[in-house]
Ligand binder design. Sequence first.
Ligand SMILES: *Cc1c(COP(=O)(O)O)cnc(C)c1O
Length: 495
Amino acid sequence: MEYRSTRENATALFASQAIIKGISKDGGLFVPSRFPDLRDSLEKFKELDYKQLAAEVMGAYLDEFDKDTLLEYAEKAYSRYDCKEVVPVKKLSSGIHMLELWHGPTMAFKDMALQMLPLLLTGSLKIQRQDKNILILVATSGDTGKAALEGFCDVEHTGICVFYPHDGVSKAQKLQMVTQDGNNVMVSGIYGNFDDAQTGVKTLFADEEFNSKIEEVGYSLSSANSINWGRLLPQIVYYFWGYLDLVRKGSVKIGDKINVCVPTGNFGNILAAYYAKQMGLPVGTLICASNVNNVLTDFFKTGTYCANREFYKTNSPSMDILISSNLERLLYHFSGENDKEIKRLMADLKEKGEYTVSGDIKDKMDKEFFVGYCNEQATLDVINTVFDEQKYLMDTHTAVAYDVVCQYKRETGDDAPCLVASTASPYKFSASVVDALDYPVEDDVFKNAEKIEEVTGVKIPEPLLALKNKDVRFNGICSKEDMAKIVLDWIKNNG
Ligand SMILES: *Cc1c(COP(=O)(O)O)cnc(C)c1O
């Protein structure tokens, strides 16, 4: 299988090369040159456990890796999950199916990919016989940072630096990051929002002087953000899993279509669902749910992507994003793999803060996607009502998706089974959840968690309890302009 950049597709790379690089020199993202068709394997896949399924689905894209190696990776990556299914699927009395992606070590769906990425990356280095060390740079809206830190903590030949918006993440998210163990990790807040952090990291990737300084000390840069193919690929697996779970439980027969709804920020998770569909998974509509940072809702409705707008800090902070990176991959496919067109759109975005897609692309968007958003109060109301009526507790991001599914059903009357990506444990956003349940919010993360446990009976997850006795290791905050210096100083002292 070959991989090509969305902005320059004359050059073909192997998967291992695309994973090591993370992002292309021209700023483009790597995409597979075709989608393997797994339609006829669904019957066989029905019998597999999650880890075996992961080896099969990922194997379809990774011909340089043998199946046994991938199975070994999957066993390792999903060994720290708190339930044997890895991804349980729960049917609510409303008939909606919740795909619970947050049973890993950091309580958010990012673990699904970030427990796997370090294995794919070190495997890729071996394949390429590269003996350089890898420095992972991460911009996070809260969940990626911690998941990447857990994934790369003390992995040989790697170092990891994480930047988060210093007052743009939840208390639990921040505590998870600043107390991170490991000798190869660095964490810093930045003044600004997630887009500032992400732009800062992208700028470092493109900065030749910075890259050569990093190389002088024996490292090369890579990314653990969802722009890395090694991050997107493991996310495709769980859509197959969710579908097969509905088959096993008799909710659908193989071939019946289901809809999928995803609370969306950087467009990685829902893009993985689109890829699953291209691979023959019977998916009807892809439902893209946003919070009040509804740049995607407007884009799908109008064909104009406009990032020049107010940025809101919401109770679903992992979706507080105005520049949704993985959309570039979707547009590349929808443009008929027209790299020049994508390059032009992305240049418009950089220069003017907006771009407008062709009528042809817009038609494809209309055909595949339904979009909607959910405001702050409605998010809390969903958590309250669903718990009250269906005894199911969800986090704020998942609540946004739940609300948009309800909008979809109301507007279209389509009652095909729907899978909702449940992306975080409610305990990761405990202050908002306590608020939603109509109890007074405490300053202390653990007090809020105890309140939730007391009123809902849902057990506090082990990884949250473990934070209680940890010391803060990283309390620095820097400006976007200082990122290069901070990374260089750190790597000289720790590399
Ligand atoms: C990252 C994240 C999202 C958004 O996912 P994207 O792949 O960036 O669209 C949604 N919910 C939670 C809890 C997240 O951590």
